[in-house]
Design a protein around this ligand. Sequence first.
Ligand SMILES: [Zn+2]
Length: 187
Amino acid sequence: MACPQCGGENIRTARQLYELTEPAPPGLDPARLAPPPAPPGTNTLTAGQAQSNGKAKALIAIGGGLVVLRLLTLAANGYTGTGPSYTISWLGLILPVILLVRGVVLFNRNRAAAPYQPVDDQALANRALYTRRMQVWEHAQVCRDCKGAFFAEGVLHPGIPASPLITLDQFPLMVVTMAERAYGRAA
Ligand SMILES: [Zn+2]
C-alpha cells in the first residue's frame, strides 16, 4: 500500500497512531486521529434481560432446529411406517416442540416486560451509524511523511476508488462522509 500523494510506504493505520502502538512523526498529533464519538444515551438491555433473551433465542434455535430435522427425517420416510420406530419418530417431535414453545413464550414475555419505546429506535439508528463510522475509521491509513490520511481502493466497499490524501483537519468529516458512501445513508 502506498501513499496517494508521495507514493511512499511509510504508512500506518489511524488506530495504530491514535493508540500509540506506532510512533507518530513530529507535527502529527495522534489525538486528531480519534475514532468517531460513541452515540449518547444508547439504551442497552439490562444484564438480566439480555440473559433471558439469550435463553429464549437458544430455546427457539434448538427447538426449531430439532423440529425441522425430525420433520425432514419423517419426510424422507414419506410420513409412513409402522412399528415402534415410526412411533418413536413422531414422539421425538414432542420435546423439540416443547422447547420451541417455551422459547417463544419466554421471548414474548421479555418483549411485554420491555414495552416499545421510540427512543430505542433512535438509539439503534445511532448505534448502527456509529458502527459504520467505526468500520470506516478502522480502514483509515495515515502517511507519516505527508501527515495526512487516506483510504485504499476498495477497502471500504468494492468499487469505491482510493481517496486522495486528506489533511487531518478534514479527517473526522471524511470518516462520516465515507461511512455514508460505503454503506448507504442511515435509515
Ligand atoms: Zn505520503
